[in-house]
Write a protein that binds this ligand. Structure first.
Ligand code: DGJ
Length: 729
């Protein structure tokens, strides 16, 4: 049993394969956080948290016990206003205008398996995954408000999944101002560094790691999307933790909108780590009998460094977050026309690209932006989801038939959540976009954002997209989203509910995606938001892969894919070979290196194939052929980071197939250095006594590869790279 209730001690012990998490109820009232970390055994002992009386500046909530103050107490779900001066997990306003709440322990239940938060994505773990759920209920007796803390614990997947549900059983409405999904207090423990993934458009998920110090670290998005700027993830590491050893405590939020994550140490050395919905962008009117559910937070502890943490997320995301039909299904090598043509294409050009892609072994052609409405630039057409017959006189069907006849799949780009002011849709429904009456409607890329919380808008999008998908034999959809949210007001909500607009937007988006992916389970959906502006677990629940970044430069991609890999497995990352000079940074890198960077994830090509030189053509054909041989390992093997892009020796990572029989090592040199001896790269996770053979017939024992390392000769040119395939014999 992964959850044990110790009645006498009033403790809940949660155990995964490698982790324990312990909650104790103090004085029969206050659930406190006693422990999270390596799996351990306890004697039958109460008082796991040794509280002491402190000064009058830390007031006491009970007369009977002066050692109790929320200021020092490691709380399982902190509120605000009664001596807890750190960031609360919960903030409300009741009908009298007061924000006070006193949630005390009420009851608990343990359920087999788990249920997902209503209308939201989550991990599809069941009792068969050794998953049980503890629901710990707190209650404020004055408001008759219940707070259910959900903890799903999976032995097999080594994860604890938390979410919070608030139920209003009183007879007056309550306003929720902040409701986080998960919060953990580390009592008397502040020896941490804080890690998060930050960035911007075309430079997503860079790694930040800094000492926690004695102040707060806020990682958040207020953009109505999880964002390019911050990923919904936060980790606390011990200072000595590296890629291979040391403790990591992490939280990842299964949500695609504005969020916040925070780590802060208080004056008593208590570290609070939290994650959940962004507070500034949120409020919820909870009527009597109503309930509100937060998104879920995934809590992963690893004693085996950052690769240990990533391994847990990778398997969980691949097997229990992404849609089940795609958990083991190989992804096709695709060809996308965006950087090849931008908006400037016609039927003839597209057919020529299909021909060329097909002759090079590509398996899926993706027609990007510009095929619909009057869309010849980014200034018009979004919302008008009908084929532009001026550009494509034979319609989409003739193109998809053309690809299908060659044995290629055919995919299509959409940007469903947007509306161009210059569109038929906007002319008929000017109130369908997010806006505040009387105020300026800020455009981004000449477009406004649809109010996705409204049912009629979801229905319009469902109807038009479903018709195109079913009438035209579409095999793949790229779901884009190219601006962040402003003026988040809804014409359909009363004034007291306006601050619900952003969260309702995400719930509406989830509902629409849910309908479409269930209606078309055979279609491969790839999410995108100007590249990786919404690379988050929420999107992955519906769409099993994401376009990692609009930056296709193979050197920049090392940083982006390295950072992305902390949480997301290679099979979730779209990676394309593009032309040089690169369109984003003008850099010239070898075609081999562009291939190796893209082959580290889901390989695609996004360049004008007609312009390839004969020798490049040959190399591309070979890359595609080789990738098909190794893609099972790339897409479903265990990915391990070896050398970070910040290292002056180059960047390296490797993947080991699930049976251990194939090992792929990627090494990317950066700049050529004179008088260089090359690099010795030590591999990981091999079988010490097994013999491995390279493609050239060179044999090595696993111990040799791991402890002595493999020798890599000096680079031949700037941005040179190597891909070594080893097979166990
Ligand atoms: C942004 C995407 O990230 C690109 O790949 C491309 O699809 C454009 N949008 C099209 O407008």
């Amino acid at each position: 049993m992964s959850i044990v209730y110790k009645e006498k001690e009033e403790q809940f012990h949660l155990h995964t394969r490698n982790t324990s998490y312990i909650i104790e109820v103090l004085e029969g009232r206050y659930p406190v956080h006693a422990y999270w970390g390596r799996k351990l055994r306890f004697t039958d002992r109460t008082g796991l948290v040794d509280l002491r009386e402190v000064c009058s500046f830390s007031p006491n909530p009970l007369d009977s016990n002066k050692t109790l103050s929320f200021d020092t107490m490691p709380r399982e779900y902190p509120d605000y206003g009664r001596s807890d001066y750190q960031s609360p997990a919960l903030s409300i306003t009741d009908s009298s205008g007061s924000h006070l709440i006193d949630p005390v322990y009420d009851s608990f239940r343990i359920e087999e398996g788990r249920s997902l938060p209503q209308g939201m994505p989550g991990c599809r773990l069941t009792a068969d995954d050794g998953c049980d759920t503890l629901v710990l209920t707190l209650r404020d007796s004055i408001l008759d408000l219940y707070i259910d803390l959900y903890y799903s614990v999976s032995e097999e997947y080594d994860v604890i999944i938390r979410r919070t549900e608030i139920r209003n059983c009183g007879n007056k409405p309550v306003t929720l101002n902040k409701v986080l999904s998960s919060t953990v207090d580390f009592y008397g423990d502040s020896d941490f560094e804080v890690m998060n993934l930050y960035g911007a458009w075309t430079r997503e998920r860079q790694v930040s790691r800094i000492p926690i110090g004695r102040s707060g670290h806020l990682v958040d998005s207020k953009r109505g999307a999880s964002s390019h700027e911050q990923n919904p993830f936060l980790a606390l590491l011990r200072p000595e933790t590296d890629e291979f050893s040391g403790d990591v405590y992490s939280m990842s939020l299964v949500y695609s909108g504005s969020f916040m994550a925070e780590a802060a140490v208080n004056s008593y050395g208590k570290t609070r780590m939290q994650i959940g919905l962004q507070e500034i962008d949120f409020q919820w009117q909870l009527e009597p009998s109503g309930s509100f559910t937060t998104p879920e937070a995934l809590l992963v502890f690893s004693p085996d460094g950052l690769n240990g943490m990533s391994g847990i997320y990778h398997r969980l995301f691949r097997e229990r977050l992404c849609p089940a039909p795609w958990s083991k299904r190989e992804r096709p090598v695709l060809m996308n026309n965006w950087e090849a043509t931008y908006f400037d294409f016609n039927e003839e050009k597209i057919k020529a690209l299909i021909d060329e892609g097909h002759s090079l072994g590509m398996e899926l052609f993706v027609l990007d932006d510009g095929w619909f409405g009057r869309r010849d630039s980014d200034a018009s057409g979004l919302g008008d989801w009908f084929t532009n017959l001026q550009k494509l006189p034979g319609g989409l069907k003739s193109l998809s038939d053309y690809a299908h006849r060659k044995g290629m799949q055919f995919g299509l780009w959409f940007e469903p959540e947007m509306i161009s002011p210059d569109s038929d849709l906007y002319r008929s429904h000017p109130d369908w976009c997010l806006h505040v009456p009387g105020r300026y409607r800020s455009e981004g890329r000449n477009q406004l954002v649809l109010d996705m919380g409204r049912q009629e808008i979801q229905d319009y999008l469902y109807g038009s997209i479903a018709a195109i998908l079913s009438e035209n034999g579409i095999d793949y959809v790229k779901w884009d989203m190219n601006r962040n949210i402003t003026e988040a007001g809804s014409a359909a909500l009363p004034s007291e509910r306006q601050k619900e607009t952003s969260h309702r937007y995400i719930l509406g988006l989830y509902s629409l995606m849910d309908r479409l992916v269930n209606e078309f389970p055979e279609i491969l959906f790839e999410s995108c938001s100007g590249g990786g502006g919404r690379f988050d677990p929420g999107m992955l629940y519906y769409m099993p892969q994401t376009w990692t970044s609009d930056n296709t430069d193979s050197y920049e991609r090392l940083f982006i894919q390295w950072g992305t890999s902390y949480l997301y497995p290679p099979v979730t990352m779209g990676a394309h070979v593009s032309e040089v000079p690169n369109h984003q940074v003008k850099r010239i890198t070898p075609i081999e290196t562009r291939g190796n960077a893209a082959m580290s994830a889901n390989l695609g090509y996004e360049l004008d194939l007609m312009k390839l030189l004969p020798e490049e053509r040959e190399k591309v054909a070979k890359q595609v052929e080789f990738y098909k041989k190794i893609r099972r390992t790339i897409q479903f093997g265990d990915f391990i980071r070896l050398l970070p892009p910040s290292s002056d020796r180059g960047t390296a990572w490797m993947t080991v197939s699930d049976d251990g029989a194939e090992v792929l090592v990627f090494y990317f040199g950066h700049l050529l250095r004179p008088n260089d001896l090359g690099c010795r790269l030590k591999l990981r996770s091999l079988d010490t006594d097994r013999l491995y053979m390279t493609e050239d017939g060179e044999k090595y024992y696993g111990s040799e590869l791991m402890y002595a390392g493999i020798s890599l000769p000096p680079l031949d040119c700037d941005f040179d790279s190597r891909l070594i395939r080893l097979q166990a014999i």
